[in-house]
Design a binder for this molecule. Structure first.
Ligand SMILES: [Mg+2]
Length: 220
């Protein structure tokens, strides 16, 4: 599926790719509506309805990924609430092995995430994977999410890479589409970003279930 001879740069998404998306889905779809109901004296159904529609409106924008934005909108201390559940953050299967192999190879390995810096910091308190990367790029710091072309242009200006020899692995289709438009040649998605939800069957890009399917050999 991947011919590692043709790959110099590996760009890896965090949530739903390296980490189990179950944490985020549970946090935003169940836990936050529960805390919001309690804080604002609403029923849980009312709270869930209100928040789920608010979340779908902002999708794919920097605000949507911003803890400060949601803290302000919902009048809740989102980072503090997130920290209470940090024990639920976990890597997907074979991630440590995959990153170990990549790190030992001559390739440039970059974490590219739309997660807010505060989210990244909280998650890395639980499970620090940053040591395997040559660089960590947070889209908020480039002022554009991966869904926008500006992100890839700014990434290129900061840390030049050859799109024809670059692999991006990301569970979000709109991010893969954006990367494809920019010219990134090798694109892979994840078939089950959330371990508690069903496997996806309608992906537009080639997908893997786990990283053991594309494990590079140490010298390849
Ligand atoms: Mg993701």
């Amino acid at each position: 599926m991947i011919d590692w001879k043709h790959i110099d740069t590996v760009l890896l998404d965090m949530d739903g790719t390296l980490l189990d998306l179950h944490f985020d889905n549970y946090f935003w779809m169940q836990h936050v509506p529960m805390v919001y109901a309690r804080t604002h004296s609403l029923s849980e159904e009312e709270s869930a309805r209100k928040l789920h529609s608010a979340f779908s409106i902002e999708q794919g924008t920097l605000d949507w990924y911003s803890l400060d934005y949601w803290s302000e909108q919902l009048q809740l201390d989102i980072p503090a609430i997130k920290r209470e559940l940090v024990h639920m953050v976990s890597t997907r299967p074979y991630v440590v092995e995959f990153l170990t192999h990549l790190h030992a190879s001559p390739r440039d390995v970059v974490l590219v995430t739309n997660a807010h810096r505060k989210t990244l910091d909280i998650k890395m308190e639980q499970i620090d994977i940053t040591g395997w990367f040559d660089r960590v790029v947070v889209s908020h710091e480039l002022d554009a999410p991966k869904e926008e072309q500006a992100f890839w242009h700014r990434l290129q200006a900061l840390h030049p890479f050859d799109p024809a020899r670059t692999l991006l692995i990301d569970d979000t289709e709109s991010v893969l589409e954006s990367a494809q438009r920019y010219g990134i040649a090798h694109l892979l998605t994840l078939l089950q970003p959330d371990s508690k939800r069903q496997k996806r069957i309608d992906t537009r890009f080639p997908g893997i279930h786990h990283f053991d399917e594309i494990m590079p050999t140490t010298n390849a």
